[in-house]
Write a protein that binds this ligand. Structure first.
Ligand code: CMC
Length: 426
């Protein structure tokens, strides 16, 4: 039986259907609210608003549960590589062995970008933030593929999705290398997606590889490094209707080019309340500098008159724990010796975690470490500088954005995003 909610306003009773999804809370369908009552609903920050139907990702924030296409994130990170997760998000099923090889191979060949991008990157000052360069480059990508997106054709969706997923690591590496003023390195089709990205960061013409610019040793890329980064990509692959995904869907709703929508998503992600938090976490640990200073900064975070926040703590949806953070904490512990994690930063992070998890302020507000609290220490050990961290989030999330873009385009009832307001002006 269809359930109905009644709302009484000024003695008049209105009825609204209650919708039930396959998982998650029931949803009150207020689409006719304005037409029926002449009133708007008010929900800044969308804390109580479901903005679309989706079959991609499910989160239960109270239980700390995250699923892609029905599969728990724990199972996906344990058993599958990142490109299989991309396949799952794009095709709603995990690939067979042959499909996995074919998809991997297709992406390797799509990883190259037009030579013109070198001039584009050279036009940026070397001090430019990699996120500024990356979002601009993705926007520029829409100029190269303007005529080729026929969304009525299923294979066009696949081509358009594969292209952007494959090229994003190449563009991120160009941003990194521009910042250092060093020659570009082309993708190596003999390497898997994640290994290839590390290669494009580390390699020098002549074949030597350095984990970072100051290192003299020739650093091979180890399997454990590839596995660690691959896990980080998988954990970032999608996260339902967060700020950047909502941005992508909003831009999609106007009929703009898909890569324009992704570029807008990248800029939304950059902020430190969202994906930019991973860079801020390490910057904050460096600022704290010593375990002796942790108490002082915890006090600042709790002070209502101080805007200081503990970066990597809290989440709009997770009110118990962030399952992604749990996986990364375990990975961090496993990698401690193998990857030579920075013990000083780890010591400060552990102290913050210990204090915050037992402190009334954080407990009362359900503030737990989120994914960004743990990813930075691992990325640092991979030789990736902190201004590149949010581009790592971008590489992982691109598949989520493009899957959500495709889902939006296939929804025949989708409308342009156009909220209203509570006007308080003259
Ligand atoms: N440190 C100290 N206090 C905090 C923090 C924090 N990190 N986060 C929230 N609070 C307090 C906040 O001051 C407020 O207190 P009060 O009720 O006394 O006014 C209360 O907790 C609720 O905060 P809110 O800002 O209303 O919560 P929100 O759901 O709107 O914001 C958040 C969520 C993630 C933006 C916020 O927790 C935050 O700014 N965290 C730090 C940045 C961060 O780590 N972001 C990464 C999120 S995970 C990656 C991703 O998926 O994007």
């Amino acid at each position: 039986m269809k359930s109905i909610a009644t709302i009484k306003i000024d003695e008049k009773v209105y009825e609204f259907p209650i919708l039930e999804g396959t998982r998650g809370p029931k949803v009150l369908d207020i689409r006719s609210f304005y037409k029926d009552t002449g009133m708007f609903t008010y929900d800044p920050g969308f804390t109580s608003t479901a903005s679309c139907n989706s079959e991609i990702t499910f989160i239960n924030g109270e239980k700390g549960e995250l699923r892609y296409k029905g599969y728990p994130i724990e199972e996906l990170t344990e058993k599958y590589k990142y490109l299989d997760i991309c396949y799952l998000l794009l095709n709603s099923k995990l690939p067979t062995h042959e499909q996995s090889i074919e998809f991997d191979n297709e992406l390797r060949h799509r990883a190259f970008v037009d030579e013109g991008f070198q001039s584009l990157f050279n036009a940026f000052p070397r001090t430019a933030h990699p996120m500024a360069m990356l979002s601009s480059a993705v926007s520029a990508l829409s100029a190269f593929y303007y005529d080729h997106v026929d969304i009525s054709d299923e294979s066009e969706f696949a081509q358009m999705s594969g292209r952007i997923i494959a090229k994003i690591p190449t563009l991120a590496s160009l941003a990194y290398r521009r910042g250092l003023g060093i020659p570009i390195i082309y993708p190596d089709i003999d390497r898997y997606f994640t290994e290839n990205f590390l290669y494009m960061l580390r390699a020098y013409p002549g074949g030597k590889m350095h984990r970072n610019i100051n290192e003299k040793a020739d650093t091979k890329i180890s399997d454990i490094e590839v596995k660690a980064l691959d896990t980080i990509f998988t954990l970032h692959a999608d996260h339902e209707q967060n700020a950047s995904t909502t941005t992508v869907r909003t831009v999609a709703s106007t009929g703009a080019h898909p890569y324009g929508a992704i570029s807008a998503g990248i800029n939304a992600l950059w902020g430190r309340a969202h994906g930019g938090a991973n860079e801020s976490v390490i910057a904050q640990l460096e600022l704290i500098g010593n375990v002796k200073n942790v108490d002082k900064y915890i006090a600042k975070a709790k002070d209502p008159d101080d805007s200081f926040r503990l970066m990597g703590f809290g989440h709009r949806v997770y009110k118990n724990f962030d399952p992604r953070a749990k996986i990364l904490k375990k990975l961090q512990d496993q990698l401690k010796d193998e990857l030579n994690l920075d013990s000083r930063l780890l010591e400060i992070a552990h102290k913050i975690e210990d204090i915050a998890l037992n402190d009334e302020y954080f407990i009362k507000r359900n503030l737990y470490p989120n994914i960004d609290f743990y990813s930075g220490v691992i990325l640092t050990a991979l030789g990736i500088p902190k201004n590149m961290f949010t581009t790592i989030f971008v590489i992982g999330r691109t598949v989520g954005w493009i899957s959500q873009w495709v889902e939006f385009k296939k929804d025949k009832k989708a409308k342009i995003a156009r909220p209203r307001q509570l006007y308080l002006g003259l």
